[in-house]
Design a protein around this ligand. Structure first.
Ligand SMILES: *Cc1c(COP(=O)(O)O)cnc(C)c1O
Length: 401
């Protein structure tokens, strides 16, 4: 049975919407690209974006920054992380996360993941106790939320500060509550491959005024912190403005202009992603050899990518599997490769942090595959992708027999 080769690109996002292009052109015509270079009667696109994202996220404070990685570094520093402090994070995440920990001079303590690809809360509890670490940079990696209720109980028991990496969960919820609003801070990315696209960019949210005042000065606000769209009251800055370094990681008005119309369309994008994700997931679920991570009822995810496991697959078979799929145009990534490829990243390749044994995570990653689902794919494309994957899994079985 000859199936059509898949010809669309896995890295092609939707074009920037026309209203966003018009807003960007208006910023360029004005020449006022720097966030503090605004007309007398206007807050400016960046401040407006902060106000709108704070409202969307249901948080009093939002700070727009240069990238998701900068949001995480600023959040750690503003929450009190000092050089040499221990910061726990998932053993399975992408390189900007351990990179952010290294960036603030802290030491990463890696926590195992479970077969459902979320942080292993037993291991977290154990390592918090054993190491005395008081910070958790929680990565909702590939859009999977752990049991947030149990996590918050563990955090309270250890007086743990949680910073959430929501690069893959903008718009996701646990029991109705948005990811990013559980911990002290939520960190979001608006880099091209995330849920809103400004090329580069980041957003940081919190309900803590002192934290947000420190974050704002760290982001490079000079003494213009009162020109933010969703910042704390001026008096909160009394000491903070002199005690906190300016680390220049601002967002500019051009990016903010591109993002505001995308934010208005975000709920529709989420519905569109989930229609694609759920179609592929339902088709893959028809083969019992494929393990799909469990999605608890409490979780409302954003299916901008899909993950599946082929437990016990050998490295040679995994390489053959992705090569076979690549030959029919299907770009599936394998997280078990010994060297990082493209955006993949295994903890062994983060040689700037102390090496750590994570046997459970390694076993899971050895059989973990991942596929992007950009909104440029329609439902027919998604069905074809799932059929190709099912074919390739069936071939694996034949090869074994
Ligand atoms: C993309 C990403 C980030 C950081 O985003 P940038 O804006 O690229 O710095 C953080 N965490 C994860 C898991 C990511 O995939």
């Amino acid at each position: 049975m000859a199936r059509a080769t898949f010809t669309k690109s896995f890295t092609q996002q939707l074009p920037i919407p026309d209203d966003a292009i018009e807003a960007a052109v208006a910023v360029m015509r004005s020449g006022r690209l720097h966030r503090y270079n605004t007309a007398a009667d206007a807050a400016g696109e960046t401040a407006d974006l902060e106000r709108e994202f704070a409202a969307w996220q249901g948080q009093p404070y939002c700070l727009a920054v240069a990238s998701g990685g900068q949001a995480m570094q600023i959040a750690m520093r503003a929450s009190g992380v000092q050089p040499g402090d221990l910061v726990m994070t998932n053993g399975f995440t992408l390189a900007p996360v351990p990179g952010a920990i290294a960036g603030v001079g802290a030491k990463a303590v890696l926590i195992e993941i479970t077969d459902d690809l979320v942080i292993d809360l037993d291991d977290l509890d154990r390592k918090a106790k054993a190491t005395g670490a008081r910070y958790l940079l929680l990565s909702h990696m590939r859009g999977h939320l752990c049991d947030m209720d149990r996590l918050m109980r563990i955090a309270a028991a250890h007086s743990m500060t949680i910073i959430e990496d929501c690069a893959h969960t903008m718009g996701a919820r646990w029991n109705g509550k948005l990811s990013g609003s559980f911990g002290l801070a939520g960190c979001f990315s608006t880099q091209t491959y995330k849920h809103m696209n400004s090329g580069e960019g980041g957003l940081l949210t919190s309900d803590d005024p002192d934290f947000m005042a420190r974050a704002t000065i760290l982001s490079g606000s000079y003494m213009l912190f009162d020109r933010h769209g969703a910042g704390p009251a001026t008096e909160v800055y009394d000491d903070i403005k002199l005690d906190t370094p300016n680390c220049s990681a601002r967002m500019d008005n051009l990016r903010a202009a591109i993002l505001r119309p995308q934010l208005r369309a975000l709920n529709q994008s989420i519905a569109d992603w989930n229609a694609r994700h759920d179609l592929v997931a339902e088709m893959l679920a028809t083969n019992p050899a494929i393990h799909l991570p469990n999605r608890p009822e409490a979780e409302l995810y954003v299916g901008s990518s899909i993950q599946f496991c082929l437990p016990h697959i050998t490295p040679d078979a995994a390489r053959g599997f992705i090569a076979h799929l690549a030959a029919v145009g299907v770009e599936v990534k394998w997280f078990g490769a010994s060297m990082p490829v493209g955006f993949t990243s295994a903890h062994q390749s983060w040689r700037y942090i102390a090496a750590q044994a994570l046997p459970q995570t390694d076993r899971i990653l050895a059989g973990l595959f991942d596929m992007r689902l950009p909104l440029t794919f329609d439902l027919k494309d998604c069905a074809l992708l799932a059929d190709h994957i099912l074919d390739a899994v069936a071939m694996l079985k034949q090869e074994r027999e």
